[in-house]
Design a protein around this ligand. Structure first.
Ligand SMILES: [Zn+2]
Ligand SMILES: [Zn+2]
Length: 359
């Protein structure tokens, strides 16, 4: 079965506005599906491709977008069980057979497929993707939840989830999030759901207020404090909140050099630093602090598909609120909305909703 008449918004060249394009007929291979998009989140990474000239793995022109929810409307011969299901498409789809995948490290699979990077993505009415790794969404959805909101699970929720899971966060922990926009705001809620005492740090008072309403026990504005005062406030809180006050778990979710400096500076004895945000810029650090403090630093590239149902469950049970952190726009407005995101006129995570899709 092939899908005709699909259209999308593609990036033709760095610095150019997205361009409406009619897609060629979409026909799934035996192990592929075509998903009618419900929503697609706009990520920092898309801005990197379109503005900063970070090269996409498949050459331009390319339809961007890798945070996708939608319904399977066509399936290849070996993927027929997916037909009709509401799904979240993982941002990074591992091959499942290479040595890295076999070794249980699917996020470093070199044959991975990322929509909007290795092939056309979700700024579109439809997208063709591998069926493996799709996350099935149980229906009906809880009241107040809609299919397009679930799109941001495919990165903005699952990436901090994976960082938090790897850090082993639990009720005994103090978790610190530096940068509490989309990704960090979800991280705050996830860590709180796991029972940790949570500190939110940002330079934006609006984001801090939101974090305080959704999981943060302490919200600190780093633009209004000296580095020393910030450290003192964090450590005092940790002393009162952590049952054994050993090694805070710090999550760098700002993706800025300043946030990285702040995060690294907050490491204490036995501390753990998770690098979740991305910036191409460099920072100067005394790396030997890791040795002197017996501390750990770790990164993660996305999240294995098998963790998606766990993250989805947190959202469906109301432990992680999406709505206050996003702004929904019509897919038809993609060029203007994307432009506003690149200029930071839109600071919440923007979702492009395929209004034609009734689900
Ligand atoms: Zn992303
Ligand atoms: Zn692989």
């Amino acid at each position: 079965m092939r899908i005709n008449g699909a259209h999308g918004y593609r990036l033709v060249a760095v610095g150019q506005p997205l361009e409406l394009v009619e897609l060629p007929p979409l026909e799934p291979a035996p192990d592929e599906v075509v998903v009618e998009v419900s929503g697609c989140g706009i990520c920092h990474t898309d801005v990197g491709f379109a503005v900063d000239g970070v090269p996409t793995r498949k050459a331009l022109p390319l339809v961007l977008g890798h945070e996708i929810s939608g319904r399977v409307v066509a399936a290849g011969d070996s993927a027929g069980n997916w037909l009709g299901q509401l799904v979240i498409i993982p941002a990074v789809i591992p091959c499942g057979v290479c040595p890295a995948c076999q070794a249980g490290r699917p996020t470093i699979c070199r044959n991975q497929f990322m929509p909007g990077n290795d092939g056309d993505g979700g700024f579109a009415t439809h997208v063709r993707v591998p069926a493996r790794g799709l996350c099935s969404v149980p229906e009906p959805l809880p009241s107040g939840m809609s299919a397009e909101l679930l799109s941001v699970i495919a990165d903005a929720v699952t990436t901090p989830w994976e960082a938090i899971r790897r850090a082993g966060v639990g009720p005994q922990d103090v978790a610190v999030f530096v940068g509490v926009g989309g990704v960090g705001g979800f991280g705050v809620q996830i860590a709180a759901a796991l029972g940790a005492a949570v500190i939110a740090i940002d330079i934006d008072s609006g984001k801090l207020e939101l974090a305080a309403q959704h999981g943060a026990d302490l919200a600190l504005n780093s633009s209004a404090m000296s580095e020393k005062d910030l450290k003192t406030a964090v450590r005092n809180f940790a002393k009162q909140s952590g049952p054994n006050n050993i090694g805070m778990k710090i999550f760098e979710t700002s993706g800025t050099p300043a946030g990285q400096q702040t995060s690294f500076g907050l490491l204490d004895f036995g501390g753990y630093l998770a690098v979740v945000g991305f910036t191409p810029k460099k920072v100067e650090l005394r790396l030997s602090n890791l040795m002197a403090l017996d501390a750990t630093a770790r990164g993660n590239w996305g999240c294995p598909p098998d963790q998606y149902p766990v993250a989805l469950d947190l959202v469906l049970r109301g432990k992680v609120a999406i709505e206050p952190y996003v702004q929904v726009h019509a897919l038809n407005d993609a060029p203007a909305v994307f432009d506003s995101v690149t200029r930071h006129y839109i600071t919440r995570r923007a979702i492009l909703k395929n209004v034609a899709n009734g689900t």
